[in-house]
Write a protein of this length. Sequence first.
Length: 351
Amino acid sequence: MSEIDFFAPAIVRWQRQAGRHDLPWQNTRDPYRIWLSEIMLQQTQVATVLPYYQRFLQRFPDLPSVAAAPLEDVLTLWGGLGYYARGRNLHRCAQLIMAQHAGKFPATAAQLAQLPGIGRSTAAAIAAFAQGERAAILDGNVKRVLCRYFAITEDVFRAAGERALWELAERLLPASGVMAEYTQGMMDLGATLCTRRQPQCVACPLHAHCRARQENRQHLLPVPRIRQKRPERQASFLLLSDGQGILLERRPAQGIWGGLLAFPEAEAAIFLPKLGVEVLEVRPLPNLQHGFTHFVLQIAPQLCRIAAPPELVQEGAYCWLPLAAALDAGTPSPVRKLLAALPEILAQPAA
């Protein structure tokens, strides 16, 4: 049996015996639940996604409820999960399906890939799980499995290498009757055994034919992508509080953290006089660093302790929330960290 003929049957057998079967989005053909899980799992581990997925379903049990909700409500539940464009695209996708597809998910991977936030691999996963379509996935875990099994030394993160890997993934597909098991098996294998570091080759169902294992090159494949040093940007956060509440600003729809609540990004000497509040203290806090895909944000937070809440300005761009409510609002990760630390910061005596 050739290594290609061996591949898919081995994956399917292993998935049935040892793969994951108890994830909350499994054992269903409901495209809504499958779609939601696949969007959340983009560049995010299962353990991180699980509580977000459960909370999201409690608030939005079906596609119409997502489409009808304000974007702010969707982003509130997405807060902390990262890659917030996913939340915005999810909301827009739900509205498009309701408006253009009579509330029904398109049946094929090709049609799904035309929707916001659904790329080729995600579309294939949804179609395989919901419809049993023969469509290949190629996320990071699958790339790693294929590169090791076939000892691929090309840079598969560049266009030519990725095209070749897509062609290989298509050739490996089994009969359509086992597409759900095969697709889940590929995901499970990369996530649990063929991991980036310390792969568990002895337990792998592919080890007998895996060229990387035969050549002891697992740790060298896939060939790492060449990463350039990310540029740095600077931001100043103002934590304006009277000890009970906090001032937050709704970010513009476009740009980083679009639609989320964050601290005003401004210089205290310029911003505070506009509010007409009695300022008791302005104190710098330790800097934070937050990484994005294409740059690193260096954040300089300042505590601005005031005597009483300000009058809200700029026609609702700002909101004043109790500290406990702010922790439950839709905020990005560095804002959440600062909000969680704020009670202890406020308990410290003024400088």
